[in-house]
Ligand binder design. Structure first.
Ligand code: G16
Ligand code: MG
Length: 224
């Protein structure tokens, strides 16, 4: 039986993935670089500075910037982003998520948030979910972001749960890869095309149910 479920934040608990996209798009416009949906898929789950590197690399003539200039641009994007998340309320919890958290909790599972975002504690507070989890990964303490498994192994280590007894829930390709590299069961939310590595996939959060996830986990662990 699994012992813990580790949730990604942006795009899983709430649609802040859209706000990250809008904030990067705005920064891109200021730099004359178009950030479209395809480029944005490459940014999901990826750290702030790495996202910026990917955007700059997509410019017709990629600019060469100092570390200081990079920090400045990253701070600018974060200012756009924090302006957008200031209006988040509990109504912005994605459909099906509140019920799922209750079902998993009732089934005796530990719950954690595995987010790469330094804004995660603020967003959880805005959603009214700050006491819904046993542990929230501190992005400031993670050395390597997704697709490295550290975000997920950090949560499991903290909860003292073996990796194969953990379920990770993600909407990003980098995030699903991180879960698989951690040796955990991966639940993907999105398209099969982007989330090829997911062990169990739904196209939207309202289709998540504890019963289905636990049944899929049992089939996976039985095969292992
Ligand atoms: C999130 C987003 C990424 C963002 C990263 C860092 O990860 O998906 O787009 O770049 O966090 O966020 P911040 O700039 O707020 O520190 P996750 O893991 O919650 O999907
Ligand atoms: Mg995400």
């Amino acid at each position: 039986f699994p012992q813990a479920v580790i949730f990604d934040l942006d795009g899983v608990l709430t649609d802040t993935a859209e706000f990250h996209y809008l904030a990067w798009k705005q920064l891109g416009a200021e730099l004359g670089i178009e950030v479209d949906k395809a480029l944005n898929e490459q940014l999901k789950g990826v750290s702030r500075l790495q996202s910026l590197e990917r955007i700059l690399a997509a410019a017709p003539v990629p600019p060469v910037l100092t570390a200081e200039e990079m920090e400045h641009l990253a701070a600018k994007k974060n200012a756009h982003y924090t302006a957008l998340i200031a209006s988040v309320t509990p109504n912005d919890i994605l459909p099906g998520i509140a019920a799922l958290l209750q079902e998993l909790r009732a089934a005796g599972l530990k719950l954690a948030v595995g987010s790469a975002s330094r804004n995660a504690p603020f967003v959880l507070e805005r959603l009214g979910l700050d006491s819904a989890f046993d542990y929230v990964v501190d992005a400031g303490r993670i050395q390597r972001g997704k697709p490295d498994p550290e975000t997920f192994t950090n949560a499991a280590d903290h909860l003292k749960v073996p990796y194969e007894s953990c379920i990770g829930v993600e909407d990003a390709a980098a995030g699903v890869e991180a879960i698989k590299r951690a040796g955990m069961f991966a639940v993907g939310i999105g398209s099969a095309q982007t989330l090829r590595q997911a062990d169990y996939l739904v196209t939207a959060t309202e289709l998540l149910s504890a019963e289905h996830i636990l049944a899929a986990y049992s089939r996976w662990i039985d095969k292992a």
